[in-house]
Design a protein around this ligand. Structure first.
Ligand code: F6P
Length: 543
């Protein structure tokens, strides 16, 4: 793989940055009034308008050349073939196999992974039918009304986001909750008003060793047994597991017949469409879960089969590279105009930052360009009344994704038209701003003109979707997955490992006994950490 900075395309892009990158969007639209119709792409039911970006079609061509010259398309094809592109963990990266249709086959290391995927999906569907129909009974003979997913990171964020996003399609007479934080408050608040006799826990953990999840799972087991009189046989009716670690699941006391597996080639943050989506399937039912997988798959095919300059995830990823590397943008905002997507930015934070927050290349050499940006966001219109001020008039230029829907799921009066008018108004205001001349023509007091001027020239993508459905959610998530892939491939990094979370985990393991030991422990930390430990011990009445 060629380092991005060593490609001929990079030099062209540096020229573009000094050229078109300095031209105001007002001028770009004046010079090419039809760019709002030409700088668009469509696929898998999603429409992307990228005309309000600080580039022109030749920059897009140069960015596509950068993708070619860094070997991105070949890397993509290798992922789809099941090659071990996660080099630091020596693993294939095959979340795309999770949504391949039943009739397909993908043989990796002699195993048809698509067949395995569908075996698990079939078992999940049978289980979900039993729970949803009320025929799966708890230990005391009552049907399940409450489902609590216990997991963290990729074993939580995808399930929560998908449940919230698809709530309108969910079985409303069931309660779905999610416990992730090792802060006991999370478990307490999730269970305080529930009857254990009607509650099912899904312990979701790829490794089945994660501190937070195992702590919460043990607390859940105690809570259940306390509530149901202590008969350990109750666990079998109230606990199921989603994991790759059958041994760990059995050791915990969950019958492996009630375990839904997945595979080491599914990264945690790419797993919401695997068995990790069991809570999603319980909420929306197996048929709608299939629709979601079909949406993912449609975007997968679009990514694999469409030319780079018409390819939504590729364009989206190239834009991220353009701003990160040529404008020095450190953050990117994602602004969904749907209350149902209120957890989407949090979900994307793990997807984007755990994937592309890397400082060495696949070969272990320091990267020569900046990599992943900070992703953040909130649903519109709420964000408009908090941080948009900075987007419009702050000193930072922050590229934004606006995500809108043509049709509301809850059409009430004029809400939908008002909501969408704000999507279009915000992107227009960010691009074109408001000039001194306009303010003068309006008769604004001269002293106020600097305060009321909007510089504009702030780039946005508008992603429009017909309606939020399981299918369109799948396509939207796959868009971001493959955008992240595109960026990581260009930067030449491993987007599928996450070694950066290990050090903190290891240090916490060392500190736990130092906090809990009865006798004052020998501390060999720095003076700040040691002092904090001593103060905490004192607060607990330990010396
Ligand atoms: O945060 C690190 C991480 O490994 C994530 O990648 C993963 O999604 C999360 O922890 C949970 O891991 P597990 O599913 O093994 O409990």
């Amino acid at each position: 793989m060629t380092a991005p900075g060593d490609t001929p395309a990079w030099k062209k892009l540096e020229d573009d940055r000094r050229g078109v990158g300095e031209i105001h969007l007002r001028q770009l639209f004046d010079e090419d009034p039809a760019r709002g119709e030409s700088m668009v792409a469509e696929g898998a039911g999603l429409y992307l308008d990228y005309s309000k970006h600080r580039l022109d079609s030749s920059t897009v061509a140069h960015l596509a050349e950068l993708a070619e010259q860094t070997g991105m398309p070949g890397h993509r094809d290798a992922m789809f073939r099941g090659e071990r592109i996660n080099v630091s963990e020596n693993r294939s990266v095959l979340h795309v196999a999770l949504r391949m249709p039943r009739h397909r086959s993908l043989v990796v290391d002699g195993v048809d992974v698509v067949r395995e995927v569908h075996e698990v999906l079939t078992r999940m569907a049978a289980f979900c039918e039993q729970v949803r129909s009320g025929s799966w009974l708890g230990h005391t003979g009552m049907p399940i009304r409450n489902v609590i997913n216990v997991g963290i990171g990729g074993s939580d964020l995808g399930p929560v986001m998908a449940y919230e996003a698809l709530k309108d399609y969910s079985k409303r007479d069931m309660e779905f909750r999610f416990v992730s934080n090792v802060d006991g408050t999370d478990f307490f608040e999730a269970t305080r008003d529930l009857d254990p006799a009607e509650t099912l826990f899904i312990v979701s953990s790829k490794t089945f060793t994660t501190l937070e999840t195992m702590t919460n799972a043990h607390t859940a087991r105690d809570w259940l047994l306390d509530g149901l009189g202590g008969d350990r046989a109750a666990v079998a009716r109230h606990f199921v597991a989603v994991s790759t670690n059958a041994e760990g699941v059995a050791e915990f006391g969950i019958d492996t017949d009630n375990m839904f597996g997945f595979w080491e080639w599914v990264g945690g943050r790419y797993s919401m469409d695997s068995a990790i989506g069991l809570s999603t399937m319980l909420a929306i039912g197996p048929d709608r879960f299939d629709d979601m997988l079909a949406g993912f798959h449609e975007m997968d095919r679009h990514f694999l089969e469409t030319g780079l300059e018409q390819n939504l995830p590729v364009i989206h990823g190239l834009l991220a590279v353009w701003y990160r590397n040529f404008f020095g943008s450190q953050t990117q905002a994602v602004l969904p105009y749907s209350e149902y997507l209120h957890r989407f930015p949090a979900y994307l934070q793990q997807l984007t930052m755990e994937s592309n927050g890397k400082r060495v290349t696949l070969a272990g050499q320091p990267v020569s360009t900046d990599t992943g940006a900070v992703f953040w966001g909130e649903p519109g219109t709420n964000g408009q009344h908090s941080f948009y001020q900075l987007l419009h008039q702050g000193t930072e230029m922050i590229p934004c994704d606006f995500i809108g829907f043509n049709h509301a799921l809850n059409p009430l009066g004029e809400h939908q038209d008002l909501l969408v008018s704000n999507v279009f108004a915000q992107t227009e205001a960010l691009a074109f701003g408001k000039t001194v001349e306009q303010l003068e023509a309006e008769g604004v007091d001269a002293a106020l003109i600097p305060h009321r001027t909007f510089p504009g020239n702030r780039p946005t993508s508008t992603i429009m979707v017909d309606r939020l459905t399981p299918h369109s959610l799948g396509a939207l998530v796959a868009l971001y997955e493959h955008s992240v892939f595109t960026q990581g491939a260009i930067w030449g990094i491993d987007s599928f490992d996450q070694w950066g979370v290990e050090l903190g985990k290891a240090l916490a393991q060392k500190i736990i006994p130092e906090l809990t030991a009865e006798a004052s422990p020998e501390l060999d930390h720095d003076s700040s950490t040691s002092n904090l430990i001593r103060r905490y011990r004192k607060a607990q009445g330990r010396n």
